[in-house]
Design a protein. Structure first.
Lengths: 210, 415
């Protein structure tokens, strides 16, 4: 057992410690060690890895999909795929990004399967007469967010929930960083347009809508 | 005045950004305690190499059904292996519903092709021939009466589909990643770039007569995919983020002109006097004037546009997130039909007879253009080149459907 950096996983910009299995009690395995062990077929090592990312994957899926059951399915399928295809991962340091990429793929699938991701594409962005309209209405934000395309929801969640840098998102999604930047820009523009369209349709009364 | 409006817009967008960020962090997200355990229980019963078995587990729901399917799959795999060993060399490929004569692949074929290996039951017993590579395939194409396969070591192999022999090989400066396409007198392909992203990819022109790389276009590639040939020019995406298209002379490979569409684009095809591109993250296909880059039409789809292909009477587009394949009428500049396909449908190839074959995550689909319907589905193992990079491993050669299944190329008999 190689003693090294404690096993941690990133969550909402912070890090949480993960319990190391009994067979590694004589020392501390690095995350990279665990990935290498898992790639060699050590399911116990994969068990630790999987549990360390489950919360983050679930939180990500829940926000993208907006449904706990779909999110659970996406996470479970992702973990199964991760084990199955782990030998295809070249760089152990990229396990988190790789697992997230798998999760995103399953989120697309779950969204389509359940047809909960109704796509309302907002292409026209009209000028508002009052650009400082209060947008603290969470229902309104959630409603607008749910109307985004899956691509747009994904980049917003990775950037603003996981606090990933553009390069990290690019690596996870297999896109160039510039593409991620563009997609994020369009996603926020669409979100803003959707919020403004909702505001025009139902003027805010300062409280939550029924 | 314009500056003030822009400042106001920026402030408003920043407000939205802050608001959605706050909302995202408020969503309660404690996962069920058993969430990971359930998945791990399933994965523990599967080996890492048997990817198709794991997918069976994903599809099933109850534990009894999972066990039953696992047992059936294992028994089927053993049966296939035994049958292939027993009947070799009189047949090639697994036993079952083999349609048509099976080409003989002599064991003396030059390296790296050999003939072996049971094919996963996923192919539904419809394998006509198998050409094994000694490395994992990352890209596939056809042209000049040959199959062309890129592998993970950066080689481009030219293979005779009649006997599976490798008739030429080139060491590329990178791993072939996009589809390998014939256009004019050359084969064209894009490399993956470095790392797990596709940044830094290049486009290559390969002369099939000399089996040499004739031209390298350093700016070509990114994660853009597609080559279009039209009016003596070959077009490819040279800058994904800026939406730049580059035209080179189809014969000499010399640079002719660039067009900038503006905004990120990913897929390209040419036909009906126009260029057709898929902008990233937008549910449209743009029709572009190849002379000056003007947008001639914006064709709305149900979902984000994906892979594009040109047929004799239509432009076809995949919509991977909506599981659709769309047929665009180039006369009316509108979508004539959208056909329910399969999850992750991406690559499309058009046969000389107009037949459309689509590659989805775990299926090959044959689409009848007359009825706009899927007339055949063949389950295939999901192809993962490495790090889950999207791969384009489907090819039509003289009417035959070929699919690169990891380190082998499989000919599939469609119904």
């Amino acid at each position: 057992v190689i003693v090294g950096e404690p096993i941690v996983h990133r969550q909402r910009g912070g890090y949480s410690r993960v319990v190391v299995p009994d067979d590694a009690a004589s020392g501390t395995l690095t995350r990279g060690d665990l990935v290498l062990r898992a790639k060699d077929g050590d399911h116990d090592a994969f068990d630790v890895l999987a549990r360390s990312v489950t919360h983050r994957l679930y939180g990500t899926a829940l926000r993208i999909l907006g449904d706990v059951h779909l999110a659970e399915d996406a996470v479970q399928d992702s973990l199964i795929d991760a084990w199955r295809d782990l030998r295809a991962l070249r760089d152990p340091a990229l396990f988190d990004a790789w697992a997230t990429r798998i999760l995103v793929r399953h989120c697309y699938r779950e969204a389509k399967r359940a047809r909960t991701a109704r796509q309302v594409i907002v292409t026209a962005r009209e000028e508002t007469t009052n650009p400082t309209v209060d947008i603290d209405d969470r229902d309104r934000i959630e409603g607008a967010f749910r109307r985004l395309t899956p691509d747009h929801r994904v980049v917003i969640v990775l950037r603003h929930y996981l606090d990933w840098e553009l390069a990290e998102i690019a690596a996870a999604l297999g896109l160039a960083p510039g593409t991620v930047r563009s997609r994020l820009h369009y996603a926020l523009a669409s979100l803003r347009a959707a919020i403004e369209a909702d505001e025009r349709a139902t003027p805010s009364t300062g409280g939550r809508r029924p | 005045m314009t500056g003030q409006r822009r400042d106001s817009d920026d402030a408003r967008t920043a407000d939205v950004e802050r608001a959605v960020r706050a909302w995202l962090h408020e969503v309660p997200d404690r996962p069920p305690d058993t969430l990971a355990s359930a998945a791990l229980d399933v994965s523990r019963r599967n080996s890492q190499r048997a990817g198709w078995l794991a997918r069976w587990h994903q599809r099933s729901r109850g534990p009894n059904e999972r066990l039953l399917m696992a047992s059936a799959a294992a028994a089927a795999a053993v049966a296939v292996i035994v049958a292939v060993v027993a009947l070799w060399p009189t047949i090639v490929g697994p036993p079952g519903d083999v349609a048509g004569p099976a080409p003989s692949l002599p064991a003396t074929s030059p390296a790296p092709t050999t003939t072996t290996s049971p094919t996963p039951a996923a192919f539904d017993g419809r394998v006509q021939a198998t050409i094994d590579l000694d490395r994992r395939a990352t890209a596939l194409g056809s042209g000049f009466s040959s199959l062309w396969a890129g592998d993970e070591t950066g080689r481009l192999l030219r293979i005779d589909p009649a006997d599976g022999a490798t008739v030429g090989m080139i060491d590329l400066d990178g791993v072939a990643c996009g589809p390998i396409m014939s256009a004019s007198t050359s084969m064209w392909l894009t490399t993956c770039g470095s790392g797990i992203t596709t940044a830094g990819a290049i486009t290559l022109r390969v002369d099939p007569a000399t089996m040499a790389v004739a031209d390298r276009y350093e700016d070509g590639g990114g994660d853009g995919v597609g080559v279009g040939a039209m009016n003596g020019l070959v077009w490819f995406i040279s800058d994904v983020e800026e939406g730049r298209l580059t035209a080179v002379d189809a014969v000499t490979g010399e640079h002719v002109r660039d067009l900038t569409i503006g905004g990120p684009i990913r897929h390209l095809t040419a036909g009906f006097g126009s260029l057709w591109v898929s902008p990233i993250g937008r549910p449209v296909v743009l029709r572009i004037d190849p002379q000056d880059g003007r947008e001639l039409a914006s064709i709305s789809l149900s979902g984000d546009s994906g892979y594009l292909a040109t047929a004799s009477d239509a432009i076809w587009v995949s919509e991977p997130h909506q599981w659709l394949v769309g047929r665009i009428d180039p006369v009316a500049d509108r979508v004539a039909s959208e056909i329910g396909a399969a999850p992750g449908v991406s690559q499309l190839v058009i046969g000389s007879d107009g037949r459309v074959v689509a590659l989805a995550d775990e299926e090959l689909l044959a689409i009848d253009r007359e009825t706009d319907s899927v007339v055949d589905r063949v389950p295939v193992p999901r192809h993962v080149a490495f790090d889950a990079v999207t791969t384009y491993v489907l090819a039509l050669d003289d009417g035959d459907v070929w699919y690169a299944d990891q380190s082998s190329i499989v000919q599939i008999a469609p119904r």
